[in-house]
Design a protein. Structure first.
Length: 223
């Protein structure tokens, strides 16, 4: 019994240490200076004393440089999609800020983004080759596609750097996420819209980032 108790203590200490090492950072000089852009950290984070100003978002290299503290979404209200459309962007993770990968990508169907009950669905890639489709419905998490490895996702090099092209294609009764030109998730609209899901795939599109990232986003566009 003593050995079991000791093992539990060791496991708990390791888990606590890992969590502490990956707490949300606070970026010096934080705030959004990119013209027309807004941001919101995940629902509930404000209760932890976190703020969108704990991250820094500025224009750089014809795109946006995001130095991220808490996980958040960023958007320009002028960027909207309706009916059939495709949105895409290139994400360059410049360095790893922790000992494990954090995801980044695009969201669509955004509404009520500046509230604690947002609606959106996002597709994100990880530097270890994983992909995930998740979102919020009235602020509650929805999981259309759980995290899984996918050969289309580029893996980070020894220096931690990696580049991914991520896109959403909404056409007819489907919404598809593409990473580096390959469909990694093909979702019937019925799977992501309706009660307790998205109100619609129409809406604002923008950027989704996990915490503690350093990423350059270029070429954000819709067609």
């Amino acid at each position: 019994m003593r050995l079991i108790q000791a093992s539990v203590v060791v496991i708990s200490l390791v888990a606590s240490t890992a969590f502490a090492q990956d707490a949300d950072r606070k970026v010096a000089g934080g705030g959004i200076t990119a013209k027309g852009w807004q941001g919101k950290i995940d629902p509930g984070k404000q209760n932890e004393g976190k703020s969108i100003n704990d991250s820094k978002v500025m224009e750089m290299g014809g795109g946006l440089h995001l130095q991220v503290g808490p996980a958040a979404v960023y958007w320009n209200p002028a960027n909207t999609g309706k009916g059939d459309y495709t949105v895409s962007a290139t994400f360059k993770e410049t360095k790893v800020a922790s000992d494990h990968p954090h995801p980044y990508g695009l969201f669509i169907g955004g509404s009520k983004l500046d509230t604690d009950t947002p609606n959106l669905v996002y597709c994100v890639a990880y530097g270890n080759g994983d992909v995930l489709v998740r979102g919020f419905s009235g602020g509650k998490v929805i999981n259309p596609l759980r995290r899984a490895p996918n050969a289309a996702v580029h893996k980070a090099g020894a220096d931690g750097g990696v580049t991914q092209q991520i896109a959403w294609s909404v056409k007819g009764d489907k919404a598809e996420c593409l990473v580096n030109g390959t469909v990694v998730a093909s979702l019937p609209k019925a799977d992501i819209t309706g009660p307790d899901k998205l109100e619609s795939t129409d809406g604002i599109y923008g950027i989704r980032v996990s915490h503690n990232l350093d990423v350059l986003v270029t070429g954000l566009s819709k067609k």
